[in-house]
Design a protein around this ligand. Structure first.
Ligand SMILES: [Zn+2]
Length: 308
């Protein structure tokens, strides 16, 4: 029975599945609070640990990062994405979302020191595990590399050795050639429903010029990504109401920032609550809407006003 402690958290190794799980008992105590008593809203009720970073603007802050009080480890931070309790990506400006993505880049560079990987994610809606409605995302350094990340790295390395190209280069070329799974694309970013999606209405976001390290992406790519996220999330809301989702950053693990074979991407996974039993029983995701259908529906919902 192998355990590892890491900055206040504990990891346990499952030697049968060869996978780590995180034990973070403090997370059970996470408060479920509404707007009244929100600790992230500026004002007298604001209640967070001392901030680690802020982007100032207006007469206060626009984005700030604080240690997560209900942390997986003490390398776990919250990005408070806006002073506004009801802010969201589809209704916010591109600059506001770009500022959040820039915060991800900055804190990623700091939190990856001494960590094997840094998880970056945004949960939206209670079905996605949200306990606090104020818009926020999370950045957590981990001392081990998840098994699926190790596998992805191996696949990418073998692909590069055999072809001289990144795996993502070929995915992008195939998706652009097929066209049927593209949700939205501009000169910088391509958003598409993956061929073998893991969830209904899953969307991947890849830069046209794939690169290993998200934290090193230039400002024009970050701005384009913010625009693309806004377009796709607005389309998703129009098509499905306001579904819960997890938005996950996939980027090079620590030490692979300059690797020629790996590539960063964003993965949007709506939580529509379908077929969870079969997935648990077999480990195989079940999708009930064909990715080609999902992409066509989302494409049809792209608002010309938002997309322009
Ligand atoms: Zn709030």
């Amino acid at each position: 029975m192998t355990t590892r402690t890491w900055h206040g958290g504990q990891l346990r190794w499952n030697s049968e599945t060869r996978a780590w799980s995180v034990l973070a008992t403090g997370r059970r105590d996470r408060p479920h609070v509404g707007r009244a008593g929100c600790p992230f809203c500026p004002g007298p009720g604001e209640d967070t640990p001392p901030e680690t970073w802020r982007l100032s603007g207006g007469d206060g802050w626009l984005v700030r990062t604080v240690p997560n009080r209900y942390a997986l480890s003490d390398r776990h931070e919250i990005v408070i994405e806006s002073p506004r309790h009801d802010w969201d990506i589809p209704t916010g400006t591109i600059a506001e979302t770009a500022a959040v993505l820039s915060a991800w880049q900055l804190r990623h560079r700091t939190l990856r020191k001494g960590a094997a990987q840094v998880a970056v994610f945004r949960n939206h809606g209670s079905a996605a595990g949200i306990s606090l409605a104020h818009p926020h995302s999370q950045i957590a350094g981990l001392p081990v590399l998840a098994e699926h990340a190790r596998r992805d790295l191996e696949t990418a390395r073998e692909h590069h050795a055999a072809t001289g190209r990144r795996f993502a280069d070929d995915v992008l070329a195939a998706e652009l050639a097929a066209g049927s799974r593209i949700v939205f694309a501009d000169e910088q970013i391509v958003a598409f429903s993956p061929f073998a999606a893991v969830a209904d209405y899953e969307v991947s976001f890849l830069p046209r010029r794939p690169a290993a390290d998200f934290a090193a992406a230039p400002p024009e790519t970050i701005e384009a990504l913010a625009h693309c996220l806004r377009v796709v999330l607005a389309a998703l809301q129009t098509e499905l109401g306001d579904p819960a989702y997890n938005l996950v950053l996939r980027t090079a693990p620590t030490g692979y920032e300059d690797a020629p074979f790996t590539a960063w991407s964003l993965q949007l996974v709506p939580r529509l609550g379908i077929a969870a039993g079969l997935e648990l029983a077999t480990g195989i995701p079940v999708v009930t809407v064909a990715p080609e259908t999902a992409a066509a529906r989302l494409r049809a919902r792209v608002s010309p006003t938002i997309a322009s």
